[in-house]
Design a protein around this ligand. Structure first.
Ligand code: SAM
Length: 472
């Protein structure tokens, strides 16, 4: 039976509730009166229930869809302004004992090059990432208790935080590793991670079990309850995601919102982020079975509806998506993107020869970080390398309080401008620096508190003169 407060996966993600929701959405997809009511509620910017959001997702009325997109854009602006947080994934190891049918790291893939970074190799990778200008990483690893035990992940985190190369520093390490125990989550928390990210892949238990036929990841309940354990272990920023293209997107859209509702109700704080990865072609994966199943139009609708349903949750899109697709998704709700990503193990320090391919999937957006940063600024976004909230202890509900206080313009915005300035000084090409300096000048006007603005102007001059790491 459906129970948002239940600790049991099959009760907070109830199959029956999802099926009823999908039937309700199908029945009402052109019910103008209901759609208008839902839109009115959405305009209060307090979010929507999974049922309400599912009706919007299914809606076929062109004028209502236009209103959905317009509202998503407005909510994005109101909550996140024009800041876009930048990050890069760092693949530590592709050893994996799972049998995920869509992932080339699956155990039965005998021809992919298996690699695991040594601590020396991590130093090289991180120096290469720092030399691009990255400050925030998402660590990625396959699941393998022998090759990638928790001690290895902890050692990597320790190494990464310790690397100070020129003006570079990784200031926030997020972690995307397999579901684990409360004890291990506590260790990750103590190691100073930012967000713990785990994609559900699909919320449909039957599909999930088929897609994960072997290995520890086969256990749907253990996987689905992972975020509760992570929070029990003290991690209060967690990142949800489903891999769109694996299963019926309407099912997984409803499931992810139910998961967010569960965390909010049961743990008092919703997810920090929601990722919207789409399946990509990959080594040893049959393209006829896994063909990136959802269209760009559906993808955009999903982004817009998530934005409306959970206004306080950041949204992430990776380089799995093309420049054109990312551009649309940014307008509709995305607040974090990766740039210049490599999905191979060791791919930043030196490009891999083709015969040695260890990559997880092909990326669509192959641009350099400088190109991505410039592209964002040309669209009037402020690329942000900020990591201040987590370092100031503003995580979980304390972060949400800041978001709800309306003080973002006097806190996040200055931090974004200052970290952008660092990027421009240390890593940008002359053209990007010129565009960026003009943008910063203009964006100072967004800061409403005159004292804060004065301080920021001071700090920006100090950054130009070589000092680093100012934050509010
Ligand atoms: N091993 C960990 C786990 O199982 O959760 C996490 C790391 S895995 C490197 C990160 C994510 O990549 C997976 O959760 C999955 O959603 C995604 N992924 C796997 N195969 C993919 C593919 N062919 N295309 C796009 N994303 C893929």
């Amino acid at each position: 039976m459906y129970n948002v407060m239940s600790p049991k996966a099959e009760e907070f993600i109830s199959h029956e509730e999802i099926q009823e929701t999908l039937a309700y959405a199908e029945k009402n997809k052109n019910n103008r009166e209901l759609l208008e009511q839902i839109l009115e509620k959405a305009k209060l910017r307090k979010g929507l229930s999974h049922r309400e959001a599912a009706v919007l997702l299914d809606c076929e009325l062109a004028d209502i869809n236009q209103q959905i997109y317009a509202l998503a854009q407005q909510i994005k602006k109101d909550f996140y302004g024009n800041r876009i947080v930048m990050f890069a994934p760092l693949y530590l190891s592709n050893y994996c004992i799972n049998g995920c049918e869509y992932c080339p790291y699956h155990l039965k893939n005998k021809h992919i090059a298996r690699k695991k970074l040594t601590q020396e190799e991590i130093v090289k990778e991180v120096m290469a990432l720092q030399d691009m200008g990255h400050k925030r990483l998402a660590l990625e690893a396959g699941e393998d208790p022998i090759n990638n035990p928790i001690e290895y992940i902890l050692e990597c985190i320790h190494t990464i935080y310790g690397i100070k190369h020129k003006n570079g520093a990784i200031r926030r390490v997020n972690v995307n590793i397999a579901a684990t125990t409360v004890e291990n989550y506590r260790k990750l928390k103590e190691a100073g991670i930012g967000t713990y990210i785990l994609f559900q892949e699909t919320y449909n238990k039957e599909s999930y079990e088929k897609l994960h036929p072997t290995g520890p990841k086969h256990d749907y309940v253990y996987h689905t309850e992972a975020m509760d354990r992570a929070m029990e272990g003290g991690i209060d920023d967690v990142g949800l995601g489903v891999l769109f293209g694996l299963n019926n997107y309407r099912y997984d859209f409803t499931g992810i919102l139910m998961h967010a509702e569960h965390l909010e109700a049961y743990k008092g704080v919703g997810p920090h982020t929601i990722s919207v990865p789409r399946l990509r072609r990959a080594d040893d994966i049959d393209p006829d079975v896994f063909d990136n199943g959802i269209s760009d139009d559906i993808f955009e609708k999903i982004v817009a509806c998530i934005r409306i349903a959970v206004p306080y949750t950041g949204m992430i899109v990776s380089t799995r998506e093309s420049k054109a697709c990312r551009e649309k998704a940014l307008r509709l709700g995305i607040s974090q993107i990766s740039g210049a990503s490599r999905t191979s193990v060791g791919g930043y320090a030196k490009p891999e020869p083709e015969e040695e391919n260890s990559a997880q999937f092909d990326v669509s957006d192959n641009r350099t970080l400088d190109e991505v940063v410039r592209w964002l600024m040309e669209m009037d976004y402020v690329p942000s390398f900020c990591t201040a909230c987590y370092r100031e202890g503003r995580t979980g509900d304390r972060f949400m309080t800041l978001l709800k206080s309306g003080q973002i313009v006097n806190c996040c915005h200055p931090n974004a401008l200052m970290t952008l300035k660092e990027y421009l000084e240390d890593y940008a090409s002359p053209k990007t620096r010129e565009i960026g300096d003009k943008l910063i000048e203009k964006e100072l006007d967004v800061i409403t508190n005159p004292k804060v603005k004065e301080k920021v102007i001071d700090y920006l001059a100090n950054i130009h003169n070589g000092q680093r790491d100012f934050r509010f």
